[in-house]
Ligand binder design. Structure first.
Ligand SMILES: Cc1cc2nc3c(=O)[nH]c(=O)nc-3n(C[C@H](O)[C@H](O)[C@H](O)COP(=O)(O)O)c2cc1C
Length: 200
């Protein structure tokens, strides 16, 4: 966390797009709230469509999970400017379309503008990209974002901690993302070595 960050409440920008896995955004917003981190949510129309399909949540219900919600067309919102300091931005989940827009610096809606700002200010940007299999455009766009300093974080579950439920898988992935955002109070599960895991 930077000195500026410690002088104010921690701020996280959360983007929700139309890729599968709206549950990651829901969990992320809930955990950020538990940790006392202020969240700014930008959900695209496809993101809301998918969240409704996967979780039965409408825009109002999603926005209630955040401290502040911004319309994707509101390019005048605070998170559109680098002068509004934030600690990190996570796009959870991130569609290939939004990935492409970020990779090419389009800033064509508030979400991609906020991502562009996060990169230009050299703040942490984490894209939880979700698609399979991947074509060359997807892969090239991931390389471009990585070259710009962004972090490509596909929400791929780890099975070595022996998750008992989908909730466990989602929770562990989100905790790792929050830790990557620099939140020292996030608690991703630690691997303690095969010996210990094998004996338990
Ligand atoms: C049910 C459903 C699931 C989808 N899953 C994905 C996905 O996993 N990854 C992806 O890149 N696009 C997926 N899409 C397509 C995106 O929603 C679509 O490309 C959309 O234009 C993305 O817009 P956005 O990035 O502005 O949210 C899905 C669409 C639907 C309706």
């Amino acid at each position: 966390m930077s000195t500026t960050a410690s002088a104010r409440a921690r701020r996280l920008v959360v983007g929700l797009t139309g890729a599968s896995g709206a549950v990651y955004a829901v969990r992320l917003l809930a955990r950020a709230r538990e940790l006392g981190v202020r969240t700014h949510l930008v959900a695209t129309p496809a993101g809301v469509l998918n969240a409704h399909h996967e979780l039965g949540l409408d825009r109002k219900a999603l926005e209630a999970l955040a401290d502040q919600a911004h319309a994707p067309g509101d390019v005048g919102a605070c998170v559109a400017s680098g002068s509004f300091t934030t600690d990190a931005m996570v796009v959870a989940p991130c569609s290939m379309k939004t990935l492409a827009s970020v990779a090419h610096g389009l800033g064509d809606n508030l979400l991609t503008r906020a991502a562009d700002v996060t990169l230009k200010e050299r703040r942490r940007l984490i894209l939880m990209v979700r698609e399979t299999p991947l074509n060359l455009a997807h892969l090239r766009n991931m390389v471009a974002v990585t070259e710009m300093g962004g972090i490509v974080f596909p929400p791929l579950p780890a099975f070595y901690n022996r998750p008992a439920s989908i909730d466990d898988l989602v929770a562990d992935t989100v905790e790792r993302v929050l830790a990557l955002c620099g939140l020292e109070d996030a608690r991703p599960q630690e691997w303690r070595g095969l010996g210990e895991a094998g004996r338990s």
